[in-house]
Structures are given as C-alpha cells and as structure tokens.
Design a protein. Structure first.
Length: 156
C-alpha cells in the first residue's frame, strides 16, 4: 500500500467573473475612443459605380475626398438637380478646388505632401464633363495622384 493517498475532493475551482464587467466597459471605451467617424456629411447622392480591377489605398489619412452627385432631396429646392461638387461639408465650384487642395496640404506635414491622394467619389450617373473639369483644376494645383472610388463587382 502507498503512504500517500490521492486527494480527489472535486474539480478545479470556479473562475471568478467579478471583473468581467470592468473588462467589457474598458474594451467598449477603447473602441469608442479609437473609432473615427465619417468626417463629412454627404449632401449629394452618391451611388458609387462598380468596377473589376481595384487597388486598395494604403494610407487613408492622406486622402482628400471630392464628392460629386445630385444634391439630396432636402437641398434640391435650393441647388437644383444638376450634379454638384461637395468639398468637406459644403457645396463648391470647380474654382474652389484650388483652395481646398492648398488647405489640405497645409494641414499635413511637409514629408507627407507628396504622398497625398485626391479621391473622386462620383455618382454613377454623373456625366464625364464635370469630372474632366475637376481633373483640370487638380492638374493646375499639381495634385496629380487621383483615385476614383468604386465598388468591387461580384462576378457570377
């Protein structure tokens, strides 16, 4: 016989869940602080077109967005139904793009300016004439990195 007996007095102790609410609220607070919301309220209808060849942007913090489309219903009485340009939170003209790009460049560090990209988020129904005018204005300001925002087309 053995001198030492096995102690079989139950299983492992129960895990304490007293600190679980603290952990949940800490995670919730972390995600609330680190999440970025959309910086501009869209005032134009923007149904992005589909494409097959896409490339994802690497640094989204260096992207300036130009929205193009028909004004939303609440703005149509004031601005009509013709496609309009939206820079940040306000409607703009093609001539305002120069000032917009200049202010975006001034908000960045000098080393980041060559890496900046201008993304055109145009509605699928917008005519190419207004896009060409935007591209000409960007060319005059030497903002030559242009991105067209699209959605990936699902192939069947």
């Amino acid at each position: 016989m053995s001198k030492f007996g096995r102690k079989n007095k139950g299983g492992s102790p129960a895990i304490s869940t007293a600190s679980l609410p603290d952990i949940v609220f800490m995670l919730l607070f972390f995600f609330m602080v680190t999440t970025t919301m959309r910086t501009a309220d869209l005032k134009v209808d923007n149904k992005i077109p589909y494409s097959t060849e896409l490339k994802k942007l690497e640094k989204k913090s260096l992207v300036s967005y130009i929205y193009v489309g028909e004004p939303k219903k609440q703005f149509r009485a004031l601005f009509g139904t013709e496609p309009r340009i939206q820079l940040n939170d306000q409607f703009a003209k093609v001539s305002d793009i120069e000032q917009f790009i200049t202010s975006e460049r001034e908000a960045r560090e000098e080393a980041e300016v060559p890496q900046m990209t201008t993304s055109i988020k145009a509605d699928a129904k917008v005519k190419m004439g207004i896009i060409t005018e935007i591209k000409q204005a960007l060319r005059e300001v030497n903002a030559l990195k242009i991105n067209y925002s699209t959605k990936k087309q699902i192939r069947k």
